[in-house]
Design a protein around this ligand. Sequence first.
Ligand SMILES: Nc1ncnc2c1ncn2[C@@H]1O[C@H](COP(=O)(O)OP(=O)(O)OP(=O)(O)O)[C@@H](O)[C@H]1O
Length: 311
Amino acid sequence: MSIQANGVTKRFGAFVALDDVDLDVHAGALTALLGPSGGGKSTLLRVIGGLETPDAGEVSIAGRDMTRVPAHERNVGFVFQHYAAFQHLSVFRNVAFGLEIRRRPKAEVRRRVNELLELVHLEELADRKPAQLSGGQRQRMALARALAAEPSVLLLDEPFGALDTKVRRELRGWLRALHDEVHVTTVFVTHDQEEALEVADEIVVVNNGKVEQVGSPSDLYDKPANDFVMEFMGPVTRLGGRLVRPHDVQVTAAHVDGAVPGRVARLQRIGFEVRADVTTADGDLWVQLTRGQADTLELTPGSDVWLRAVV
Ligand SMILES: Nc1ncnc2c1ncn2[C@@H]1O[C@H](COP(=O)(O)OP(=O)(O)OP(=O)(O)O)[C@@H](O)[C@H]1O
């Protein structure tokens, strides 16, 4: 189901959390709301889900105006960073809960819950209590529970925010695979650009209550609309007064057209990557090379080089 927001404004007292925001989420897509803390991502997600009412503007899901429809009638599934599970109920019963209160037949509930637990790879842990799960397993249970009611839209607010880096990584791949299987329109909030680049079909960059840019991961990385998006999406450095990506600076031993001279101040080898701090007449910058490139150039601190931006 597609989601549209038109001219959404949300204030908390005098503070404008969302300022005339338009959004268009394609049916079946996995869309990331990405931006720095306090930018308004969660507020936008909550407005879509009906947990906040906008002061101006409209929200529609599948073409239906939902602006005044209460959250529980929007058919949306939520997952938050800290999932409030029923501690006294098993994983199975937690997932079944939403179906049981809808008084679905027992056999149907059992079949559906087993399907969902299989989907999130928790079928072996169905009898455990939430406290006996790892953080990653708990978030997978939360997703199964959100999917149980067959929502038309899934809204995830920093679902992996409380987990350590390694588990986050795992769950990203897993979320992507899950989405490819169920295709439910999904919007997830993250402040982690790598997470958005890796998982999302489309990224919406939100900052200061406004949408800065919407695009595919490669669009945003390669064609940022402004310096804010450029800096937010990946590493940057400054060559000749212009922001560039450190891996888009070509380093040569001899002069080439458009290149400026520099001297290597420091080299750092980080796995396959070499980072060189370089001093130029125009200021300092850092560039990123492969180990092979650095070795071919025989770079050492003090090497004289020529630099030019290749994009
Ligand atoms: N209920 C509220 N009352 C007052 N201010 C609020 C409320 N909810 C959010 N805000 C403010 O609105 C701004 C946007 O918050 P929001 O949670 O949407 O940002 P965010 O981009 O999701 O950031 P984070 O990643 O830190 O959650 C923040 O400055 C926040 O303090």
